[in-house]
Design a protein around this ligand. Sequence first.
Ligand code: NCD
Ligand code: ZN
Length: 339
Amino acid sequence: MMAGMEITLNAPLDMHLHLRDGDMLKLVAPLSSDFAGAVIMPNLVPPVTDPGAMLAYSERIAAAMSGEPFSRYMTLFFTAQTEQQLRMAAETPGFFGYKLYPAGITTNSEGGVANLAEADSTLNMMQDMGIPLLVHGESHGFVMDREAEFLAVYRNLATRYPRLRICMEHITTAAALQLLEEFENLCATVTLQHLIITLDDVAGGALQPHLFCKPIAKRPGDRDALLQAALSAHPRLMFGSDSAPHPRCRKEACGCAAGVFTAPLALPRLAELFATHHALDNLQDFVSGNACRIYGLNPVQKQVTLHDTPMQVPTAYRSYGQQVVPMYAGEQLSWSVKR
Ligand code: NCD
Ligand code: ZN
């Protein structure tokens, strides 16, 4: 690689982020501060279901960021809503959209949707009001097929609600990318890990709990298709880290929690990945431009410069009595944030 490469990104955005609450929030929020903003997931315990709780959570995030400018695009945990409830949400500062989880599909999603038919009137009103629907798209089938099986649901939603903005969150398959081509009202996020790893990296050798997440990493062909789409800045594909911290003791355990923690290294590793594939010019659209265009966002002004100077990834991030292990713990990346 040529020495002395760098790239300055305008307002990089993380379109799918778990910041948790309490001491974990205090530990991880500052580790996302190279981003100009993020779409914040609502799967707290209990989930964020009403605008008041959402606003209070947004303020706790601001406090944990200690005054660092950061656009907080807040989501509410989807359940059937009345028109009045939707209006209340839409009028709440910082509200971005609803996140739909099939009941019990992932961490803290027990109160999710069991029967989509019950959501029909809510989805109709959301499309009329221009409120985006973000979806965790997995069935309850065999783990490797869950996303593929859910594509029929996406197809159904995209057809039934042609003006609803539907985001397929954290896609992991080539088949999901194909579906994206079929419907203008679909968009998608993809994580860092799903551009890089396959199931082999998770479970092909010694089990790697820190790479275990939902949806699980898939086949090489899926990873390659996702990477090509990201590198070419597919206009409806956005970066969403799905950075999902769990306490170390919940990851290195029997019954390992799902989630990969990537927030502090996502931008350097993306720059390295795009540089390796001679696609640095497309990184701006992938990490910000596409999202701003799709959703009409206007995030806080923030620039971050990345350069091909090594970053040593800590073996763990620790404070407030919390400990969380990142992807690439203890390893060196070849790009870093220029301070
Ligand atoms: C997420 C979490 O831990 O909250 N876990 C994950 O594996 N991605 C939930 C989610 O987005 O599925
Ligand atoms: Zn997530």
